[in-house]
Design a protein around this ligand. Structure first.
Ligand SMILES: *Cc1c(COP(=O)(O)O)cnc(C)c1O
Length: 544
């Protein structure tokens, strides 16, 4: 046998082996698995090193475009992954990582995810997801019930109906929002007379047929950027998303909204959808949904609620009232991978009317046949994993009261953090928490006093410097790797609607303690002292 033949044979044997035989428990992979399943938090603490490597340095580890010609042993490859990938990852589960909506996961998620991957069901069609399709439909029913609370007969009738869907499971809030607006668009511009509907004939013919000058999507200026993406993809163009002013609490100004509807009607521009936000991404505020529903009803347009972040609040009897009016929405987006503690890739869009999805129905000859119960006939995405199982399991294992506890505690923690910011003389709370988000910044007491009496010009000057200081502190804190808050730029009423740079905090991790929060403020005070330009300039302004 020649050498190359022997290599080929060996490769063939090991290929067969990786599909049939598990790695030994004492191999590198086996040990990692044990460590992870024994104590995930400990595993992450051990293997993620608070690396100060710059992104550009890390890029050097991921620069080779060559697909390997030599197979590697799993264990050797695991060492490579641990060194280059895991070690330099972001510790999103850390109790001091309070800057984004991604946080710790319950421990049961790990083995369940493995089961999900092992089963490798494809939810696009029943032929690859028997049992998972009914399960996903039930989960959609549970989430629908959470929002709309229709009676048992309703769910009995529609949950498993081939022609209906209570919603659609998808990878996240972005696709959920696109799907909702896709339904709204196709419903508005449906077939009529000899016009075949937008779905077949496209936007140009649709506008001509219906005689509209254009379409608009109205949302507050705090709306998520995925709405612009949706407008882009749906052929409306990003500029058709019209931002309506918010009040001092970051909620849409309904007078302005109604006025805009009036103006657009006069210009023969049809409002495709009014979008309410339940939990703005930057500040966590909820729009006055009931009032918005009235306006949507008056102008006969689709009412969508983007509750990607805040939707889980409905699980708390104490706080669900904050979202009053959501049950009047034609469609609702909720991300289970945010406040429901499921890993990423779990968004849902729910439809008040289970027949809504008829407007986005697609069929093919080999799957998704007419009358089949294939979920793929009503989803934007094709092949999809069985993420619904993780939502299903979480709803059973944690249960509604368990979720209520998590939601209530997160809000209490945000209130506590707001309190200590208010009590600390060198910090300024910018937005009060309504859900578990808040924004604030570091402003030395003397600068606060000066700001309070400053004229417009000086105020702008000070805010510019404070913005640079905030940015400096946030970056340093991220680089030091002990803790993390994010930052954003928002319009602030008390500064004549000037946009200021602020720290943004999301208190979703159940393991974050009050001590963690006090430590974060203390660390920020110290980091501020390290600023060689901005802090001295601010203090000089006070002296002048
Ligand atoms: C997170 C979020 C989205 C986008 O969701 P993805 O899951 O990131 O696609 C949309 N809207 C709001 C309000 C969000 O908070």
């Amino acid at each position: 046998m020649t050498a190359s033949k022997r290599t080929a044979q060996a490769t063939n044997e090991s290929l067969h082996r990786i599909f049939t035989i598990a790695e030994a428990p004492d191999s590198t992979l086996g040990r990692i698995e044990q460590e992870m399943s024994h104590n995930l938090a400990g595993f992450l603490n051990n293997h993620i090193v608070a690396s100060k490597n710059a992104l550009t340095d890390i890029e050097q580890d991921f620069i080779c475009p060559r697909i390997p010609e030599q197979p590697e042993f799993v264990s050797d490859h695991m060492h490579h992954l641990l060194d280059k990938l895991v070690a330099q990852s972001v510790h999103t589960a850390s109790p001091s990582f309070i800057g984004h909506m991604t946080s710790a996961l319950p421990s049961f998620i790990l083995p369940l995810s493995k089961l999900m991957v092992g089963l490798n069901q494809n939810l696009v069609k029943v032929e690859t997801s028997k049992a998972f399709t009914p399960l996903e439909r039930q989960v959609l029913g549970m989430m629908h019930n959470l929002v709309y609370q229709e009676g048992g007969d309703f769910y009995q009738a529609w949950m498993h109906s081939a022609q209906h869907s209570l919603g659609a499971f998808c990878s996240g809030g972005t696709v959920a929002n696109i799907t909702a607006l896709w339904v709204a668009r196709n419903k508005l511009l449906k077939a009529q007379g000899n016009f075949n509907g937008i779905s077949r004939s496209g936007l140009f013919s649709a506008l001509q047929h219906y005689g509209y000058q254009g379409l608009a999507i109205l949302v507050s200026e705090r709306g998520h950027y995925s709405l612009k993406k949706s407008a882009d993809i749906l052929g409306l163009g990003q500029d058709s998303v019209i931002a309506i002013e918010t009040d001092e609490n970051n909620k849409i100004n309904c007078q302005q909204l109604a006025k805009k509807c009036q103006q657009l009607a006069a210009q023969n521009i049809k409002v495709l959808a009014i979008v309410g936000v339940a939990g703005t991404t930057e500040t966590g505020n909820v729009d006055p949904l009931d009032e918005m529903a009235d306006i949507a009803e008056k102008y006969q347009c689709h009412f969508h609620v983007d509750a990607a972040w805040g939707g889980a609040t409905l699980l708390s009897n104490k706080h669900r009232g904050l979202l009053a009016g959501i049950e009047r929405a034609d469609s609702v987006t909720i991300d289970a991978h945010k406040q429901m503690y499921v890993p990423m890739g779990a968004g849902v869009v729910l439809f008040k009317d289970p027949a809504s999805v008829a407007d986005i129905e697609h069929h093919a000859e080999y799957i998704l046949r007419q009358g089949s119960k294939d979920l793929g006939s009503h989803t934007l995405e094709g092949s999809r994993p069985g993420m619904a199982m993780l939502v299903y399991a979480s709803l059973h294992i944690i249960s509604r009261p368990g979720y209520e506890m998590l939601i209530n505690q997160a809000i209490e923690k945000a209130e506590y953090f707001a309190d200590i910011i208010n009590q600390h003389e060198d910090f300024e709370l910018i937005t009060e928490p309504e859900l578990c988000l808040l924004t604030y910044r570091y402003v030395p007491k003397s600068v606060q006093t000066l700001l309070a009496h400053a004229g417009d010009e000086q105020q702008a000057e000070l805010n510019m410097l404070l913005g640079k200081l905030t940015k400096f502190i946030q970056k340093r804190q991220r680089e030091d790797g002990r803790s993390f808050v994010s930052r954003t730029r928002i319009k602030v009423g008390r500064y004549n609607d000037e946009k200021v740079i602020v720290f943004r905090v999301v208190l979703a991790n159940p393991l974050t303690t009050k001590q963690n929060l006090r430590d974060i403020l203390a660390e920020q005070c110290l980091l501020a002292q390290e600023s060689e330009n901005f802090l001295p300039q601010l203090l000089a302004a006070v002296k002048a």
